[in-house]
Each structure stands twice: as C-alpha cells, then as structure tokens.
Design a binder for this molecule. Structure first.
Ligand code: APR
Length: 171
C-alpha cells in the first residue's frame, strides 16, 4: 500500500502537471467563475463537450453536491479533470460531510482511473463562502484518512491566506 504524500503549492491549478486536476464545479457542470472558469478557459471546449455528454446521460439532473465525475482535461497538463460540486457554506446547517465527500469521491474516481497524482483546489472556499481555515481542516483530514491508490495529493492554493491555512493543517 503506497503511502500518500500531501504537498502544498501556491499558484494556479490550471498550470499543474498532474494526472488529475480537480474542478470546483457547480451542479450544472456547464462552467462558472473561479477555478471552474479557469479550467474551462485554459482547458478548452473539449471539457465542456464532455460535460454536456454527462448532462445528456447519467447526470441529466446535474451532478449532486459531494459527488465527482471525470472528463477529459483538454489542453491542460493532465489526463483528466475530475469535477466535484462543493456545498455552499451555511451557518444554519453543518454541511461538513458534503465537503469531505468532495475530496473522498474525487480521490475514489481518480484512483479508479489509475491516477497517481491529483491536484485539488480549496473547494467551496471561494464563491461558495466556506471559511478558509475550516475548509483547509476538512480537506487535509479527509485526504489523510482516505484509503486510496493515489500517491500524491497537491493542494494548489491561489493566495497567501489559503496557503497559510493549509500549511497550518499539514504540519
Ligand atoms: N487555481 C487555484 N485556486 C483557485 C483558482 C485557480 N486558478 N481560482 C480560484 N481559486 C481558489 C479560490 O481563491 C478559492 O479559494 O479556489 C477556491 C475555490 O473557489 P471557487 O473557484 O469560487 O469555487 P467554490 O467556492 O467551490 O465555488 C464554486 O463557483 O466558479 C463557480 O461554477 C462554480 O458555481 C461554482 C462555484
């Protein structure tokens, strides 16, 4: 059982050279802003074509929150993009398990594909409003506890605050 290495990178997830790049998508799978917008912009139309095929087949009603599905990575330096839908942060309801599921399910899909290296963004901590420190805690704990054949998980953090939040958890 190969042990999993967790690495942190300060930068743009669309520039990573990994087998899988994980997209912080929405349930429509038809694109958006943030990571989603960057991946579709840099990856090109093939990714959206694959997403449209998924919407026309097994995900007719969209990808549920916490689930993950793979498409081509188009022009990105990856073999696949794994799209996952994070929960929108709520003060009334604890959606932590749904956020954990995004990491767990993305690793499961990546492992099934035979991926060895996986780049994750800080899911839900942007437009979906999840506090960064708690998002980092859930991300690192879930990945650490995962039973996976993936060998490296690379958290790609877009700014210093995100990087510091993850670094405090990975120590
Ligand atoms: N590379 C790495 N991280 C990035 C990048 C990038 N190119 N762009 C943004 N981020 C960071 C943000 O700073 C944030 O910390 O990724 C984290 C997630 O932010 P979002 O992309 O806004 O994703 P999320 O909060 O999960 O919201 C998803 O936003 O883009 C739409 O279609 C998407 O509706 C969905 C929602």
């Amino acid at each position: 059982m190969s042990s999993l290495t967790i690495t942190l990178v300060r930068g743009d997830i669309t520039e990573q050279h990994t087998d899988v790049i994980v997209n912080a998508a929405n349930s429509s799978l038809l694109g958006g802003g943030g990571v989603d917008g960057a991946i579709h912009r840099r990856g090109g139309p093939e990714i959206l074509e694959d997403c449209r095929k998924l919407r026309a087949s097994q995900f007719g009603r969209g990808l549920p929150t916490g689930k993950a599905v793979a498409t081509t990575a188009g022009k990105l330096h990856a073999q696949w993009v794994v799209h996952t839908v994070g929960p929108v942060f709520s003060r009334e309801e604890d959606r932590s398990q749904l956020l954990a599921s995004c990491y767990r399910e993305s690793l499961r899909v990546a492992g099934e594909l035979g991926a060895r290296t996986v780049a994750f963004p800080a899911i839900s901590t942007g437009i979906y409003g999840w506090p960064m420190d708690d998002g980092a805690r859930i991300a690192v704990e879930t990945v650490r506890d995962a039973q996976t054949s993936v060998e490296e998980v690379r958290f790609v953090l877009f700014d210093e605050q995100a990087y510091a939040a993850f670094a405090a958890r990975v120590r």
